[in-house]
Design a protein around this ligand. Structure first.
Ligand SMILES: NC(=O)c1ccc[n+]([C@@H]2O[C@H](COP(=O)([O-])OP(=O)(O)OC[C@H]3O[C@@H](n4cnc5c(N)ncnc54)[C@H](OP(=O)(O)O)[C@@H]3O)[C@@H](O)[C@H]2O)c1
Length: 432
């Protein structure tokens, strides 16, 4: 039996404590799978004196000095489940440069400054694995970075934030509004006390950047991702989606663009109920990948939570431990394609626009004319009257997002348009 593979754990919160439990529960099998036992040689936390007796760890293992632990000579693998940009970036770059393998779930850091972390891994000849950073337990990054490397991925569409999916699923099922659904999500523990990162789409944008980087062999950062959250989605929007045989999901979408670039975005969108992502309910995640040869693939499962994320972390630990024993490292970051990231205005999308208009002759023609002026073609129009006003619901064909936005601005300026009640993008096939 080979010498133990020595692990330093940075962070022992929701994910870290689940990693410790799984390491204990699976110890024998992990040893057999790796060919050597895993040994936890230190745990860095913010409050080392806090009672964590339930984990069955010796108190002497705990420290508040993560950097010193990460650089210790008797550490082979650094597992970082603290989060945030600094000091995590310093810990990981120093550990990698010192040749230690790193396993992390830190999507924020990888999306903001993944280049620095990957460069440090290349410098130190060390492994960098981060399966838990996107979609928790779902094996997704390894398939992208290994299994699909012989193919050409054209599009990745995902539901990668459980909180917002829970909220939108509740709105879809019960007709409740956003605020009420958020309250329910908070009560049930699906939403943080400060839910901004989830409901404003920051968390999904970080994951979108990581997915796009892997799918298109191009460094994409969170700042490259167009982002809109779900706070403006109303019960009326959801009802309107139902009328179209659709629902509303917060999607992350990464595509190749016509001019040879990539575009990455996160925003709520209507998708037909027949689309595989429409049936992903509750706090589940799913990612739909389209590739030239493989066709369509869908990955589905629990995107967050201690145990599901620990499953992904342990999978990575086993992989890097095996690599260390075999004396090799996995292929480094693949960013050779270096495709340009195109702005949202150039992305082709479809809009669902709901207008409150004056109920008089010629309104429809005036509105249609605004669309025509911007070169946007209308797919369907629905009209319903209400006293002196009427509601017009227009779904467009595909057009550049900039033209669709300009159309909406022009509509707002019309006298006969009392308000633009809602604007949502439409994804998937149906334009009913
Ligand atoms: N939660 C999930 O479902 C999930 C899923 C996938 C990925 N992730 C990612 O995993 C990471 C951790 O998430 P989490 O939910 O487990 O967080 P968490 O429950 O808040 O735990 C954070 C841990 O980091 C420790 N810590 C904080 N600042 C520190 C410092 N300066 N030095 C040393 N230790 C420090 C904390 O110590 P104390 O215990 O003393 O407070 C705690 O143990 C994040 O990057 C997150 O994005 C989380």
């Amino acid at each position: 039996m080979a010498q133990p593979v020595r692990v330093a754990l940075l962070g022992c919160g929701t994910v870290g404590s689940a990693v410790v439990r799984l390491m204990h529960q699976q110890a024998e099998d992990l040893t057999a799978r790796i060919g050597a036992p895993l040994e936890l040689v230190g745990v860095a936390v913010r409050r080392p004196n806090r009672d964590r007796g339930d984990l069955g760890l010796d108190r002497s293992l705990f420290t508040a000095d993560a950097l010193s632990l990460a650089k210790r000579d008797d550490v082979d693998i650094v597992v970082e489940v603290v989060g945030g940009i600094e000091p995590a970036r310093t810990w990981l770059t120093e550990a990698l440069r010192a040749g230690k393998s790193v396993v992390t779930g830190n999507k924020a850091l990888l999306a903001e400054d993944g280049g620095t972390i990957h460069d440090a891994a290349a410098e130190g000849g060390a492994d960098l694995y981060y399966e838990a950073a996107v979609a928790g337990a779902i094996p997704l990054l390894r398939p992208l970075r290994e299994s699909l490397h012989g193919d050409r991925i054209t599009r990745v569409t995902g539901i990668v934030n459980g909180t917002t999916n829970f909220i939108l699923s509740a709105m879809d099922a019960s007709g409740m509004g956003f605020e009420e659904a958020l309250e329910e999500a908070t009560e049930l523990g699906y939403a943080e006390p400060d839910p901004t990162a989830d409901i404003e789409g920051f968390d999904a944008a970080a994951k979108a950047a990581i997915l796009a980087s892997l799918a298109f062999h191009t460094r994409v950062t969170a700042a490259d991702v167009y982002r809109e959250g779900i706070t403006d989605v109303t019960a009326t929007d959801m009802a309107s989606a139902h009328t179209m045989g659709a629902t509303i999901k917060l999607l992350c979408i990464a595509t190749r663009t016509d001019g040879g670039g990539v575009a990455v975005r996160v925003h709520p969108a209507m998708i037909p109920k027949s689309h595989p992502l429409a049936s992903v309910g509750d706090a589940f995640n799913a990612v739909f990948i389209e590739a030239d040869a493989a066709g369509q693939l869908m990955f589905y499962g629990r995107g967050a939570g201690g145990a599901p994320s620990a499953s992904a972390v342990l999978g990575d630990i086993v992989a890097v431990a095996r690599n260390r024993i075999a004396g090799h490292r996995a292929a480094s970051e693949s960013s050779y394609a270096a495709l340009p990231v195109r702005p949202m205005g150039e992305v082709s999308t479809r809009y669902h626009v709901s207008l409150d208009v004056a109920d008089r002759a010629g309104v429809l023609a005036t509105v249609a004319n605004v669309f025509a002026r911007q070169g946007v073609s209308i797919a369907t129009v629905r009209q319903s009257g209400r006293d002196a006003s009427a509601q017009l619901v227009i779904v467009t064909h595909t057009a550049p997002d900039a033209a669709l936005r300009a159309t909406v601005e022009d509509l707002r300026a019309l006298d006969i348009v009392r308000s633009v009640a809602s604007v949502l993008r439409v994804e998937g096939e149906s334009s009913r």
